[in-house]
Design a protein around this ligand. Sequence first.
Ligand code: GDP
Length: 302
Amino acid sequence: TMLFDSLAGQMSETMRKLQGSDKLTEKNVESSVKEVRRALLDADVNLKVVNSLIKDVKARALGEKVLEGVKPGQQFIKIIYDELARIMGSEATPLARKDASAESPTVILLAGLQGAGKTTAAAKLALYCKSEAKPRRVLLCACDVYRPAAIEQLKTLGASIDTEVFAMGTDVEPERIAREAISYAKKNKFDTVIVDTAGRQVIDTKLMAELKRVKNSVTPDEILLVVDAMTGQEAANLTRAFNDAVGITGAILTKLDGDTRGGAALSVKQVSGRPIKFVGVGEKVEKLEPFYPERMASRILG
Ligand code: GDP
């Protein structure tokens, strides 16, 4: 395939070193392993994640008989690619949606650090849900009670996509705002509620405690961690902290329009076992795409 050829091109050293061998051995894969390791670290994949990936790749590669008509270097690259794709899941994963007969709306909770792109992602998701083959009736809910500007931002974005925003200002506890948004949604026949929550600069216990309270007050169908693709190495710790606190069901990787290679995607999946569901590829509200693991694998390796 084209993807495979481009990977082989990138891993030129690997191809050269393994040329002419008919078996993948400890000795002849060693330099290739180094090259792959460097490529992954360059892509900001977390060190622990890289090490565990390399271990799996080596275990699979060693002693594997090289298939007839395939060069060992090619076979090695294929193994890496397979492992990457396996870790990230083999296809795009859909967004939760309750049955049309459900009495309560589908609730999607967004969490993440400040500046990750939560508020933007909330509006992007709303637009996405409204544009599905069977369009949803979406209510946005503003729960960032620490930043009045965030509430205004959500209202502005909501207006731009013709979507109502439920807000109660900054003097009400976020868990109550979320709960009342659900009641409002039920009364007014919204089938999906997207809840934007507060973020902080750093992971702290107060933020996590608040998030747990919001979660417990609305039992979300989906809890998406919004991660800035530029987060790099830290993405693993970030994911662990949020996942331990509230149990995420997936993630949105934002700012992939930047020049980052997106190793954070691998970290999120490896640490939480949960898929990246969407990627943000620009500031505009329509700049949201489903996540395609194969594309990401080649971006990370390239
Ligand atoms: P929040 O604090 O997590 O709610 O973050 P915001 O939604 O306010 O986003 C922070 C900044 O990142 C804003 O300037 C957004 O326009 C920008 N942003 C969000 N998503 C993307 C994206 O996918 N690509 C780019 N280039 N910028 C983004």
